[in-house]
Ligand binder design. Structure first.
Ligand code: F6P
Length: 555
C-alpha cells in the first residue's frame, strides 16, 4: 500500500505529541474537574444571557447548545484544542482534494458531489466537478424517462416498482433519504430496498410485485460485495422466471458503481451504469449516483434541492470561524463528553416520523468513520475515539429507553431534532410532538429536586424514586420544515461533525479496515459449510463445533 507520505508527515507533525499530553487537552482535563460538579441549573442562573449566547443558525438549521455542561471557558478551550490539533488545516486539505484518506491513498471529496456547476474541486490534479454534473445529468434524464413511463419493461409496460439492491453506504443513505423525503415522492410508484443476504429480505421486497413493472438498481461501489451480488443474482433469476429471455434484463437492471468491468461481467450494459469515484466513501455517497433511487422517488428537481442543502452546510463548515461553526461545535461537544466525561454514546432523537431511519444511517456514518484505534501515524491511541451513536424517533423512544437517559447511571448526551411545521398538519399533533421535544430537553437538563417532589405530597419513601437529578446535556436542532434542502444540511452537519472528531483523534475517518476480517472468514466458512460433514476444520474449538452442528442440521 502506497501511503501519501507528505500528508502523513504533515499530520504527524501537527500532532507532534500524543493527544492526551497536549497542553490544550490537559487544560480541558483540569477544567473538566472544576465543571463536573456544576449543575446546569446553576449555569443558567449565573448567566442570564446563556441561551442566546450558545445558539447558532446555519444552512437552514438552528442549534441550541446552551443545555450542554459547559461554559464560555469550556468552549474556548475546545476551540483551542481544535486549532492546536489542526482541524482547520485538515479541513482545507479535504476541500483541496489532498489524499487525507492515507491508508487507502485517496482524496476525500464527497463535498464535490454537491458542488455547483461553476465550482472547482480537484482530485489528482483535475477538476472533478464537470464529471459529477455529467453523471447527475444522466441520472436526471434516466429518472425522467422512468417517471414519465417512457422507459418500459420487457412487456412494454411502464416501471411501477423500483428496488435498490445494496448494503452499508449503498443502502442506508438511499433508504433513509427515501423515508425522509417520502412526502415529496411519487406515490403511484413502489420503492423498496434489499440489503441483507438473508433471503427473507429479498423475498419480502419482491412480494406482490410484477416483474415486468420492476426495475432493479444494483448499487455497489465495488460491485463485489457478497450480499449485494448474491441479491442481484437472485433478482435476475426472479425476473427471468417471468421474462425468460436474458436480453430482457437490460430493461430491468441498472447499476451504480465505480467498477465498470464487474458491472459488464454481471451482464448490465454500461450504458445503464451510473458511476462515481474512489474519492467518495460508501457512507458519504448518498448524494452521488448511489442516490439514484432517491432521485427516481422525488424527481431531479427535489434531488437538486437536497444537494443545495448539503452545499450550504459545506460552505458554512468551510468558511465560518470555529466559534460560529455548527458542525465544529457539535463535534467538539461530542469529544467533550466522550473523552472528558467518559460518556460512551450519543443518542440522536429525531422528532419526525419521516426521519425514522436517520439514526440507523448515522450509525454507519459515525461508527465506520471513527471506530478506529490507530492514529494516522500508526500508533495505538491511548484515549477513546468515536462514540456510539444510536437513537429512535421521538416520541416512541420516550416510552422505551428514555427512563435510562433520565434516571440511569450513564451520562448520555442527546441530540433532539425537531421542526416548527409539520408536513402533515393534523389537529394538535404537531404542537404536542414539539412540546415533547422541549419538555424532554428541559427535564434532562434541570430535573426535579427532592424538595419539589416532596412539595407535590409524595410520601418520603417514594421521594428518591421520583427525583430527577437533571444535569443531563442535550442539543436541540430545529428547522422550519423537513424539505430536501434541510435534509441535505442535516446530513452534512453530521458528516462534518464526524470529520471534526476524527481530526482531533488523529485517525483516518475514511477507511474501514475493520470490516475485512469478518468478510474473509465468512467466505472461507461459507465454502466449508458445503464440504462433507466429516471433512476437517482448523478454526478454534468453538467455531469448529458450531460449523459441525450446522453441517449436521443442514444434512
Ligand atoms: O461494510 C463495508 C463496506 O465497504 C461499507 O463501507 C460500504 O458502504 C459497504 O461495505 C458496501 O460496499 P459496496 O458499495 O462496495 O457494495
Amino acid at each position: 500500500m502506497v501511503v501519501n507520505e507528505s500528508i502523513k508527515t504533515a499530520v504527524a507533525g501537527e500532532k507532534n505529541m500524543a493527544l492526551q499530553r497536549h497542553p490544550a487537552w490537559q487544560a480541558l482535563a483540569r477544567h473538566c474537574e472544576t465543571l463536573r460538579t456544576r449543575q446546569l441549573r446553576e449555569l443558567f442562573a449565573d448567566d442570564p444571557g446563556r441561551a442566546e449566547r450558545f445558539q447558532l443558525e446555519a444552512a437552514g438549521l438552528f442549534l441550541d447548545y446552551s443545555k450542554q455542561r459547559m461554559t464560555g471557558e469550556t468552549m474556548a478551550l475546545l476551540f483551542g484544542l481544535a486549532r492546536q490539533t489542526g482541524v482547520e488545516s485538515r479541513r482545507e486539505a479535504m476541500f483541496a482534494g489532498e489524499k487525507i484518506n492515507v491508508t487507502e491513498n485517496r482524496s476525500v471529496l464527497h463535498v464535490a458531489l454537491r458542488a455547483a456547476r461553476t465550482d472547482t474541486y480537484t482530485a489528482d490534479g483535475h477538476n472533478v466537478v464537470p464529471e459529477v454534473h455529467q453523471v447527475l445529468d444522466r441520472m436526471a434524464t434516466f429518472a425522467n424517462r422512468v417517471r414519465s413511463g417512457e422507459w418500459k419493461g420487457y412487456t412494454g409496460e411502464p416501471i411501477r416498482n423500483v428496488i435498490n439492491i445494496g448494503i452499508g453506504g449503498s443502502d442506508l443513505g438511499p433508504v433513509m433519504a427515501y423515508e425522509a423525503l417520502r412526502h415529496y415522492s411519487r406515490r403511484d410508484m413502489t420503492f423498496r430496498f434489499v440489503s441483507n443476504i438473508d433471503g427473507t429480505d429479498f423475498a419480502e421486497a419482491v412480494n406482490g410485485l410484477v416483474p415486468a413493472q420492476t426495475l432493479f438498481i444494483v448499487s455497489s461501489k465495488t460491485f463485489t460485495t457478497l450480499e449485494t451480488m448474491t441479491n442481484a443474482h437472485s433478482a435476475r433469476d426472479w425476473l427471468l422466471r417471468a421474462a425468460k429471455d436474458p436480453a430482457h434484463t437490460a430493461r430491468h437492471f441498472v447499476a451504480v458503481s465505480t467498477n465498470a468491468q464487474a458491472v459488464r461481467a454481471f451482464g448490465i450494459d454500461t450504458q445503464n451504469m451510473f458511476g462515481f469515484w474512489d474519492w467518495v466513501g460508501g457512507r458519504y455517497s448518498m448524494d452521488s449516483a448511489i442516490g439514484l433511487s432517491t432521485m427516481l422517488a422525488v424527481g431531479p428537481e427535489n434531488f437538486t434541492r437536497l444537494l443545495a442543502g448539503f452545499r450550504a452546510m459545506d460552505h458554512h463548515f468551510r468558511t465560518a470561524p470555529l466559534e460560529k461553526n455548527m458542525p465544529v461545535i457539535m463535534g467538539l461537544l461530542a469529544v467533550w463528553y466522550n473523552n472528558f466525561f467518559g460518556s460512551q454514546t450519543v443518542a440522536v432523537l429525531p422528532y419526525d416520523q419521516y426521519l425514522k431511519r436517520f439514526p440507523a444511517y448515522l450509525q454507519q456514518l459515525t461508527m465506520e468513520s471513527n471506530g478506529k484505534s490507530i492514529t494516522l501515524d500508526g500508533q495505538r491511541v491511548d484515549y477513546q475515539t468515536g462514540p456510539i451513536y444510536w437513537g429512535e424517533p421521538g416520541t416512541n423512544g420516550q416510552h422505551s429507553f428514555y427512563q435510562l437517559i433520565h434516571q440511569g447511571t450513564k451520562l448520555i448526551p442527546c441530540d433532539f431534532i425537531g421542526f416548527c411545521r409539520s408536513l402533515n398538519p393534523l389537529g394538535q399533533h404537531h404542537d404536542l410532538l414539539m412540546a415533547n421535544v422541549f419538555a424532554q430537553a428541559e427535564a434532562l437538563a434541570f430535573g426535579k429536586t427532592a424538595a419539589e417532589v416532596k412539595a407535590e405530597g409524595t410520601p418520603d419513601w417514594l421521594v428518591p424514586h421520583r427525583i430527577f437529578e437533571g444535569n443531563r446535556p442535550s442539543n436541540v436542532i430545529l428547522a422550519d420544515v423537513l424539505t430536501p434542502e434541510v435534509l441535505g444540511s442535516l446530513v452534512a452537519l453530521y458528516e462534518h461533525s464526524v470529520f471534526t472528531q476524527g481530526a482531533i483523534f488523529g485517525i483516518d475517518s475514511f477507511d474501514q479496515w475493520g470490516v475485512e476480517l469478518g468478510k474473509v472468514l465468512a467466505k472461507r466458512i461459507g465454502e466449508e459449510l458445503f464440504a462433507p460433514t466429516d471433512s476437517g476444520l482448523t478454526h478454534d474449538a468453538s467455531t469448529n463445533a458450531l460449523i459441525r452442528r450446522y453441517r449436521q442440521a443442514r444434512a
